[in-house]
Design a protein around this ligand. Structure first.
Ligand code: BGC
Length: 466
């Protein structure tokens, strides 16, 4: 089967030889432009936390309207993901990603220029569509252009760029917080969205999509830019046969009925929900409020976000290194176990501890919890969701998991504050601890190792594990 180390192989006389260096450059250039979508996913979900402080003054927003500006993006992302999957299976991954870059550009410009809160809400709705499409399609595109041996690394670049987007958004928020210029906070993102649209227009279509849409020669031409000539035929075969035209669209019910796809859906959709239900965005979205409850000064709130962003980014880099060597399963098991352990002192910080001890316990356990998420559940959910389905229905099936991920995100971010006020902050973290335990059991029971495997091998591993 295809091996990445062999990328420098020679091409036959009929095709211009492409050097190993050049092949690597093509792969990473296409991946870079696609992951600008991931960057904008992070940027658009993060930027609002700083911007809302000034938007609420300018537009005189009450708590409900502030919440609406923040969370309309999550619902819109959930609603758009399945639609994007459908479009990407019909018209191709590349076209869908070009359109996603355009959608981001429109949303960011509208947000930056919004004359009132209604236009801003519409802009956030449009940005949600971009975020939904990017989160559903970017990992699939990365997975399909990547040689099996480095697929974990390449698909984890999605999460890496999400974390970079989050961190950059906090820094931009900080940079403009002095002047209170929330319009620029949104506007800066346009640089990335325009680059994404233009860059994807010049990138290659996914070879798996081309092959399963009857364009085998086009698929081979793309593969020649990535693999040695001797491996091209084998890789095309691993994509499977082109689906007959009449069979191309399947409903979710059809997918569920298929004995091949159902066990994969259980893994993809189950992990999608648990990635959120284990509570990561309670910290990502509410860190300043949480820290304030331990007695720390909330006026440093943007700095807390930046520190969390840096920890998240650095540990995602570690995951990138390990996912193709240690494997997905050990990282996921370590991740859920450590998250579970971290919630115990985190809960104690609000129930049994006081003063400085409470602040230190909260800070340290939040750090461990974020690190644990970043080495496993963060990147690996997206990796698995993009590699466990057959190519002909991959974007559609992956987008179902993506939709569930955004819905669960909405549920957690809407219930966290009321739940903390109702049963107590510490007790709330223990509820998330219990959900980390459910996540751990789910991983142990349901998730097989997929590292280095081609799709047919992954399918076999899932069937054996089911
Ligand atoms: C999750 C986001 C989260 C981010 C934090 C992503 O994998 O889907 O909800 O905010 O990781 O890094």
């Amino acid at each position: 089967m295809a091996q990445y180390h062999a990328i420098g192989g020679t091409a036959t006389a009929t095709h211009k030889p492409v050097s190993a260096e050049h092949k690597k450059r093509s792969l990473f250039t296409w991946a870079f432009f696609a992951t600008l979508g991931s960057f904008l996913f992070g940027y658009d979900t993060g930027v609002v936390s700083g911007a809302i402080l000034f938007v609420r003054q300018d537009f005189h927003l009450n708590a409900f309207m502030q919440g609406a500006v923040v969370s309309v993006l999550l619902l819109s992302a959930a609603a758009t993901a399945p639609f994007a999957g459908d479009v990407a299976d019909r018209f191709g991954r590349r076209q869908t990603l070009v359109a996603t870059g355009v959608i981001f550009t429109i949303g960011l410009l509208m947000a930056a220029l919004a004359p009132d809160v209604w236009v801003l809400l519409l802009a956030r709705l449009i940005l949600g569509a971009g975020v939904g499409a990017a989160s559903a399609i970017v990992p699939v595109y990365l997975s399909e252009i990547s040689p099996a041996k480095i697929r974990g690394l390449l698909t984890s670049c999605h999460q890496l760029m999400v974390t970079i987007g989050l961190l950059v958004s906090y820094i931009v928020d900080l940079a403009f917080s002095g002047s209170g210029n929330w319009r620029m906070m949104f506007g800066v993102g346009v640089i990335a969205s325009v680059a994404m649209a233009l860059g994807m227009a010049g990138s290659a279509e996914s070879p798996a999509w081309l092959a399963t849409h009857g364009r085998v020669e086009d698929a081979k031409n793309v593969l020649r830019k990535l693999y040695p000539e001797s491996e091209v035929d084998g890789v095309v075969k691993s994509f499977g046969k082109a689906a007959p035209k009449s069979e191309k669209r399947k409903s979710y019910k059809d997918l569920w009925k298929s004995p091949v796809i159902r066990p994969a859906l259980v893994i993809g959709v189950g992990l999608a929900a648990l990635q959120q239900l284990s509570g990561i965005n309670t910290i990502m979205y509410y860190a300043p409020t949480i820290m304030e409850k331990t007695g720390l000064n909330a006026s440093n709130s943007l700095w807390y976000s930046i520190i969390i962003g840096v920890v998240n980014l650095l540990m995602t880099l570690v995951a990138l290194k390990l996912t193709d060597t240690l494997g997905r399963r050990p990282l996921l098991i370590a991740s859920a176990s450590l998250m579970l352990i971290a919630t115990i002192p985190l809960g104690l910080a609000f129930t049994a501890l006081h003063g400085t001890t409470s602040s230190i316990a909260a800070l340290c356990s939040i750090a461990v919890y974020i690190m644990a998420f970043a080495i496993g559940l963060g990147p690996i959910f997206w990796t698995l969701n993009s590699e466990i389905y057959p190519p002909e229905v991959r974007a559609e099936a992956a987008s179902l998991g993506t939709m569930v991920n955004w819905l669960a995100n909405f549920l957690v971010s809407q219930t966290f504050l009321p739940m903390s006020n109702g049963i107590g902050q510490g007790e709330t973290f223990w509820v998330f601890g219990a959900l980390c335990l459910v996540t751990l059991i789910f991983i142990l029971k349901k998730v097989p190792e997929t590292k280095g495997k081609t799709y047919p091998e992954i399918e076999k591993a899932i069937q054996q594990h089911a």
